[in-house]
Structure formats: C-alpha cells, structure tokens
Design a protein around this ligand. Structure first.
Ligand code: PRX
Length: 567
C-alpha cells in the first residue's frame, strides 16, 4: 500500500501507547515497570533483553527475568542506603551492563536518574552534580579519581557507589560514603516498585547552551508513551528484532532509544562497550544478526571513509531498517547507505528537551536525501517566524522549528531554571532553537542552529563552558570558542586565545590548552585548533562576538559591526 501521511495524521495519537500499556488517566506508571516487569508478565521472561559485548569481545547476556531480579536488587540497595524517591542519582559509568540495568533500578526506587558521559572530566561532572544537588553517583574504579577530586565541593553527594569494587585491589573510603555494589550478586525476586505517576520526575539530562552552565532537562515517567510509540513507528521495532543503538546513554539518544523505547517493546538490545572501528561495527551486526540500527551522521561519514568493501565482506542480510540522528544527514550519506546496505538511512530530528523523535522519515515514506522528513504523526510541528511565532506557510522560507505542546516526553522544566525554560516558548509553540524550511510536500530541511552551540559529532558543546574553563589556564587572558566546519564531525571546536602578558604562542602551549580542556571537560570539547590573537572582538557591553569570529573563519561577509569596540 502506498505511504499515506494524512491517514497516519488522522489515526495516530499518543492514546495508542496508553492503550497498549492499559494505562488510564490517574493510574500509577513507572517506566522501569513497563520496561522490565511487564515484559516478564507478558511471557518474555526468558527472552534476551541485553546482549552485552565488552571491549575484548566477551559477551554477557541478560534476559528480561534477569533484569527483573537485578533491578529489584538495585532499588532495594539504593533504598537501604537512604536514597529517597525524588533524589537525583548520577550514573557515571562506561557502557557496562550496570549502566543499563542500574538506570532502571534507580527508576524503580522512585529516584531520578541523571546519566553522565563517562568521558567527562571532573569539571563537567562537578557542574552537573552541583546543579542537580545529586545525592549519589554510581561509578567504577576507573572514574573514581575524578569524583574524589570534586567531592569536597559537592556537599549533597553522600554516596559513591562503585560497581566493580574488589577489596583486594583498591580500598574504598568508607567514611566518605564510598561503597561497593556487585550488581550480579543482588538478585531479588520481589520488590515493591515505587508508585510514580504520569508527572513524576524520571530522567534528568543535562544539555549545553550558548551561555551559562549546562541546563538539566527534566523528564517524567509518562515520557514512555512517546518513546514507546516512536520506537514502534519510527524505529519500526517488532518483537523479534535485534536492535543496536550506537549512542552512549550520557546522551539522550542513548537513554530514550538506547534503553527505554526498545525495552518498552520487549526487544533484544545489543550494547558494545568499545570505541569506533568500522570493521568491529560490521562484525557486531553480522555476529548478532542486528535487524534495526540507530546511528549518527558522523559515524556514517567515518564508515564511508573506509569504503564499501568492508561492508560487502560481511553477511548483513539481517539488517532491515536504519535510522540516524544528531546532526544534518547529508545526501551523500543516504546515497552511500543505499549502495552499501541497499537500505535508506531514515533521518530523525529531536533534542534532549523533546525526549523523543519529533521530525522524521517514517518507514515506507519516500526519503528525500538531505531532508529530515515530516513531523511524527501524533505531533504538530511547523516552522515559525522568530519574532512573532506565526507559522510560516510559504514554501522554502526559513524559520524556527516549532512543536505544539504538550507531548508526553517533553521536558517539564530546566532544573532550577524556570526563566530559561519559559524562554523556549513563543506564541503557544515550543521553539527548538534550530532553523529549517518546509517544502511543498511538507518535508523539513534543516538549515542550522540559531545559537552559538557547537555540534561536534552530534554532541552539543557549549562555548561558554570552554571559555570559562580556559580562564583557569595560567596562560589564558580570555578566549572565544566556535564550531569550525569539519568534513567528518560536522564541526570541531576552535578557540581564539588572547594570552596573558609574559606568555607567547608555541606548540607546547597549544598542547597544554588542548589537554587542559580534554581533562577538565571532555575529549569532545577539546579544541582541534587554537589561534592566538591580541584581543577578541566584543560588543560595547563586553560580549564576545563569536559570530564575527565564525564569519571570518568561514570567509563570509562580516556584516554590521557597528556594535564592536572601535579602538
Ligand atoms: O541542532 C539540532 C541537532 O542536535 C540538537 C539537539 O541535540 P541534543 O539535545 O544533544 O539531542 C541530540 C539527539 C536527539 C538539535 O537542536 N540535531 C538533532 N537531530 C538532527 C539535528 N540537526 C540536524 N538534523 C537532525 N536530524
């Protein structure tokens, strides 16, 4: 049957997900129950929930029944530590099984789970745990040193739970609340799951903005209606699928679609805790017979660099659906996907704040390479005028991407930051902060972000975070960070640095600045290029004009500079 978007618009609503879960308004709903226990109750107890492969290629399998026992164990342990419903619990782990299962355990206990990239340096962790006033962090020995460094600046942090503790190897500082927890040894058959409701807080994900510290987008348990329905209709997940999501759960893709959505549908997920290697990726898909794959444009471009031949050497006949998220998916990527896999990459557009896919190429919908697709049919999305918030109906005219609230997985707040949250709304729309146009067929075409945030390999990096961190470098007087276009990562970080008197530019100084950021913030935020300047262009009120630096970098017209300092 031909694809008919209008019929989907008419027939699809969030009620489908509510009905599937037997949910009625006012019922309790805990998303960990939906993702774990409900699957056991529905006869999937012996089905594999998680196929985990570590860096060395060792595999650990967990069934839904294992998940039930282990998440009970986690929730029971957290409660006994004195962690209360509503408390924020950070997870600061590599992609270990404990991350995925612990995530659900925290939610079962009623606490709020706050995922953090394990690649974060101590300052990035500090900012996020300080802002949320987290009471606990779940981590591993490898990352414990970073926590210890910031511990005395985090008075609310009472518990540091170490999942790979081994008394023989290292001592924990018990007096400081460090405690070992061996997940696999805590299997509890019954646990009274905390009674959360549709609006109870569930996941707190931090995201970077142009100014100020990272903001915590707070989600609620009923987000699952959106994650379930989009996993079903966009990722096309069915009961017998083997699904692989490349994203780390430090990023919203890695939680909404790397934990919640697929488990809500009782699907088997593959997780590989290893860095990028095209051959390893194809081997993973072949070995586990992956059927549905969710990836990102930077990864696609990295695969493209290694050519088609490594794909053709593998039997990837199980693969039937591929999606992408995080950055504009260039038409070349789609064409290459067709050639390599005989399938279309289906682009999906959304954000930490939206919690689930907003604009997308649905299965069966003709893909126009370079377009993000159309609004998910249960939603109304448009491009609107940035000043008035009026919908732009003119074909091809660029405006701001806007979504009509509410929808189940929309953030309910920026943690402790109502003013910034309210600024996200205009004329009854939620404004994403990205620009796009819509063509005559209703397809959205991304044209750019509307702020200075740097998108490197699909990860947002706030220029302000880099600039503030650099103020603590002994040689830096001031700096400005911009995103410089990059053929693989879309953008990389470039910083312009004005040095303090007595310091001179050198290769060693370059390296020292790069390492400083890598260690304090993260490898993603590390500048790939440093340019030393005498002074930075500023507005009369003293704001650094990053856009001017970027325009110069791109060789573009500089435009009106009347607000610049003129001396
Ligand atoms: O600028 C858009 C870009 O990534 C931003 C959201 O980043 P984050 O909150 O980290 O969540 C990313 C994963 C959901 C958006 O505001 N972005 C995301 N998807 C696309 C995209 N840009 C172009 N095309 C996309 N498909």
């Amino acid at each position: 049957m031909a694809f008919d978007y209008e019929t989907l618009r008419r027939d699809i609503s969030w009620d489908i997900a509510k009905k599937q879960l037997g949910y009625k308004d006012g019922d309790t709903i805990n998303l960990a129950y939906v993702c774990v226990d409900r699957n056991v109750e529905q006869g999937r107890g012996e089905k594999l929930a998680l196929v985990h492969e570590n860096h060395e290629g060792e595999i650990r399998n967990y069934t839904y029944h294992d998940l039930q026992l282990l998440t009970n164990g986690w929730a029971d342990f957290l409660g006994k530590q004195g962690i209360a419903p509503g408390d924020r619990v950070c997870i600061f782990l590599d992609r270990l099984p404990e991350l995925y299962i612990g995530f659900m355990g925290v939610l079962k206990s009623g606490a709020v789970v706050q995922p953090l990239f394990s690649a974060f340096g101590e300052e990035s962790v500090f900012q996020r745990a300080d802002d949320s006033r987290a009471v606990a962090v779940i981590t591993q020995h490898k990352h414990l040193g970073k926590i210890r460094k910031i511990r005395d600046r985090l008075p609310d942090l009472k518990h540091v739970i170490v999942v790979d503790h081994d008394d023989a190897k290292k001592r924990l500082r018990e007096a400081e609340g460090e405690v070992g927890f061996d997940m696999d040894a805590h299997r509890i058959p019954e646990f009274p799951i905390f009674k959360t409701y549709a609006e109870s807080p569930s996941v707190l994900h931090y995201t970077s903005g142009t100014t100020g510290k990272p903001k915590g987008a707070l989600h609620v348990h009923s987000s699952i209606f959106a994650q379930l329905l989009t996993s079903k209709l966009v990722l096309d997940l069915k009961d017998d699928d083997i699904y692989w999501c490349n994203a780390d759960p430090g990023w919203v893709t890695g939680t909404s679609y790397g934990i919640i959505g697929p488990w809500a549908l009782g699907v088997t997920q593959v997780v590989v805790d290893a860095g990028f290697s095209s051959d390893r990726w194809y081997e993973t898909m072949e070995k586990h017979k992956v059927t549905v794959w969710y990836t990102a444009p930077t990864a696609i471009r990295m695969l493209m660099k290694d050519g088609i031949e490594p794909v053709k050497r593998r039997d990837l006949s199980s693969l039937r659906h591929m999606c992408s998220v995080g950055e504009p998916l260039n038409p070349e990527g789609v064409h290459w996907g067709r050639e390599a896999f005989g399938l279309d990459y289906h682009d999906t557009f959304w954000q930490t704040e939206t919690g689930s896919i907003m604009i997308t190429n649905l299965p069966g919908m003709p893909v126009k390479p370079g377009s993000m697709g159309r609004p998910f049919p249960a939603l109304t999305a448009a491009v609107v005028d940035p000043i008035t918030g009026e919908r732009i109906t003119e074909v091809g005219r660029v405006g701001m991407i806007a979504i009509q609230p509410p929808w189940p997985s929309m953030m309910r707040a920026y943690w402790n930051n109502t003013a910034t949250y309210l600024k996200k709304f205009l004329n009854g729309w939620y404004i994403c902060g990205d620009r796009a146009s819509v063509d005559a067929d209703g397809y959205f075409w991304f044209s750019g972000r509307d702020d200075d945030v740097i998108n490197t390999g699909g990860h947002l990096v706030g220029p302000f975070e880099i600039e503030s961190a650099l103020l603590e470098h002994e040689a830096v007087a001031e700096s400005a960070a911009i995103g410089k276009p990059d053929p693989v990562n879309m953008e990389v970080v470039k910083v312009f640095v004005a040095l303090k008197p007595g310091f001179t530019a050198s290769d060693d100084l370059d390296l020292s600045i790069m390492n400083f950021i890598r260690k304090r913030l993260s490898p993603l935020a590390m500048p790939q290029e440093i340019e030393f300047v005498d002074k930075l262009p500023k507005t009369r009120s003293g704001k650094i004009m990053r856009r001017l630096l970027k325009a110069k970098e791109l060789g573009q017209e500089i435009g009106d500079t009347s607000t610049l300092d003129d001396d």
